[in-house]
Design a protein. Structure first.
Length: 357
């Protein structure tokens, strides 16, 4: 069993920990927290070994009545690999700790691309992380993950001449009370391209892509307006079938009446998704249109959860335990990735896999 430590137990960390705990070939070595808050209590309730991320603050856990398994160094020594889900900038500082104990590590998209030996997306460049010289990888951000999942099959099937994407970005996660805007719409950033295009090129270096970012007062999800000029001129049905075959792309049928991110989240909760998570890109089926070589569509990305399957696949890739197809299939099956609507006939998966199945 692969021993996986999770350093950071916030929005991403708690989801990664749950995902690790559900894998047939992994065991959660523990999670590290900086303070004994409600998330630390959640970890204890789930029986996860809890470590103090900052040794000097270990006493705070004892004072709060929470027993800890040790300090973060103890977890790093125990783990075969660490998934670092700490806030942006902290992961870079933590790399020295992982190097000290010769423990491979996976970082998140909030870090700079140079924090690891490679950037990672399971669908687009899984094999790069299996190289013997790669010990540290960065799972790219939620938006870059979503764009890479979409562009990889399009580039493989038709070739991408140019991608143009406007990202309408949420102001903050539901629990980020310090984030904004409150009543504003901001070019974010005001210069072009936004960082997302160059970040996609750390995954798909040959794809020509421009991105623009806008931040809005919402917390649910991001929305992408996508225009891709292809090197071929497929019809709508061919593109639809290509995207529909991808397990981490969910084509939202018009019949569902889902006309925005609010209903997408409601749909996720109604289908039994933990925390209402949507691990898949959500592409409005009726938005897919083709004019010559130009493809247009709208997709939405759940910023709290779409990178979770990628972190699990990154573990297997980094340790060279499975090939891409096997790892993605295992991750999808254990998490229940592959959400589909009942509309349109029998589907591969309608409800999430139940624990213990």
């Amino acid at each position: 069993m692969i021993q996986v430590g999770v350093n950071g137990y916030g929005t991403i960390g708690k989801r990664v920990a749950d995902a690790v705990a559900g894998q047939p070939d992994m065991e959660l070595a523990g999670v590290a927290k900086t303070s004994p808050n409600y998330e630390a209590e959640a970890a204890v309730r789930k029986g996860y070994p809890l470590y103090a991320a900052i040794p000097e603050r270990a006493e705070l856990f004892h004072d709060a009545g929470i027993d800890i398994a040790g300090e973060v160094e103890d977890m790093v020594m125990r783990a075969d690999v660490v998934i670092d889900t700490t806030p942006s900038g902290i992961g870079e500082q933590n790399r020295e700790l992982y190097e000290q104990y010769d423990t491979p590590a996976i970082f998140q998209g909030g870090e700079g691309a140079d924090v690891g030996d490679a950037s990672f997306n399971a669908r687009a460049n899984y094999d790069l992380a299996t190289d013997d010289d790669v010990e540290y990888v960065r799972v790219v951000s939620c938006n870059t993950t979503g764009l890479s999942r979409l562009l990889a099959p399009l580039d493989e099937e038709y070739g991408v001449e140019k991608a143009r994407v406007t990202l309408v970005r949420r102001g903050g996660d539901p629990g980020q009370t310090s984030r904004g805007p409150i009543n504003d719409i901001l070019p974010d950033p005001v210069h072009i391209p936004s960082h997302h295009g160059p970040d996609v090129n750390t995954i798909l270096p040959d794809v020509d892509i421009d991105t623009l970012g806008v931040k809005v007062p919402a917390t649910l999800m991001h929305l992408h307006s996508v225009n891709v000029t292809l090197e071929a001129e497929p019809d709508v049905e061919a593109v639809h079938d290509l995207l529909d075959a991808e397990s981490r792309l969910f084509l939202v049928p018009e019949e569902t009446g889902i006309d925005g991110t609010g209903k997408l989240k409601e749909f996720a909760m109604d289908t039994g998704r933990p925390r209402g998570d949507l691990w898949e890109n959500c592409i409005w089926e009726d938005s897919i249109s083709v004019d010559g070589a130009d493809l247009y569509l709208f997709q939405s990305i759940h910023q709290e959860s779409d990178v979770i399957p990628e972190n699990i696949d990154a573990v297997r890739a980094l340790l060279d335990r499975e090939d891409r197809a096997t790892s993605m299939a295992t991750t999808d099956e254990t998490l229940g990735v592959g959400l589909e609507s009942l509309f349109g006939g029998a589907r591969q998966r309608v409800v999430p896999r139940e624990a213990g199945d």
